[in-house]
Design a protein around this ligand. Structure first.
Ligand SMILES: *Cc1c(COP(=O)(O)O)cnc(C)c1O
Length: 214
């Protein structure tokens, strides 16, 4: 499946982040040995437990909701944080990145699913925040784009619609706040059940787990 997804991705300008949560070190190592370097975890504790037993050149993506008190653990090494869903967590990441004398790549997570349970900024709330708190106020973060999760459903028309909305938000935010920033380029969307639709709708980063390890 790993090869199949990579074949498919080649036709698009997208990257694959292999979501390794709940997977064993052996299983992760196998995918690493196929050449994969971008891996995603959704829990800080699990990431900390695994990371030292895995190769150092892995680029670790934090993709799950993050609590402020956990940021300090991942700030020294995290490659990208996809799940920035409040000003509070953005500020904390900036602070911890500064302590570590580095800059951390982040994505702004936007709520696009119908379910209430999904984390993420309300788009209105995010637009307001970006107007009031321009990104240069957090100079130790590099805002690379947006992230979203579609509703968990078999209705691919709905999923497509939600991905289109995310892309629209990406374009609006880029136009209003990151026009001259070439680093604002990522749309992180697409999981095992909907990655094909996500690619068709302009995803630049897939976060795919189950179908790769099964
Ligand atoms: C688990 C997870 C994924 C991957 O889901 P799969 O269905 O296993 O591909 C992607 N994004 C986030 C935020 C996740 O928590």
């Amino acid at each position: 499946m790993y090869d199949k997804i990579n074949q498919k991705i080649k036709k698009y300008a997208a990257r694959l982040v292999v979501v390794s949560k709940t997977r064993s070190l052996e299983a992760i190592k196998k995918i690493y040995d196929l050449g994969q370097r971008d891996f995603g975890e959704n829990r800080v504790q699990e990431l900390m437990d695994k990371k030292d037993d895995l190769p150092e050149d892995i680029r670790w993506h934090l993709i799950g909701h993050l609590q402020t008190n956990k940021v300090k653990y991942i700030a020294p090494f995290a490659y990208m944080i996809h799940s920035v869903d409040s000003k509070k967590i953005w500020k904390e990441i900036n602070k911890e990145a500064e302590k570590n004398e580095r800059s951390i790549k982040i994505l702004l997570q936007i709520k696009i699913a119908k379910e209430d349970s999904k984390y993420g900024f309300d788009s209105e709330e995010l637009y307001e925040l970006l107007d009031k708190t321009p990104p240069h106020m957090f100079p130790h973060t590099e805002v690379c784009g947006v992230m979203g999760m579609a509703t968990f459903t078999d209705n691919m028309d709905q999923v497509r619609d939600e991905f289109r909305r995310l892309k629209k938000h990406f374009e609006t935010i880029k136009e209003n706040h990151f026009k001259d920033k070439s680093s604002f380029q990522e749309i992180s969307m697409g999981m095992s059940g909907d990655y094909e639709v996500a690619l068709e709708e302009g995803s630049t980063m897939l976060r795919v787990g189950s179908i790769i390890f099964e």
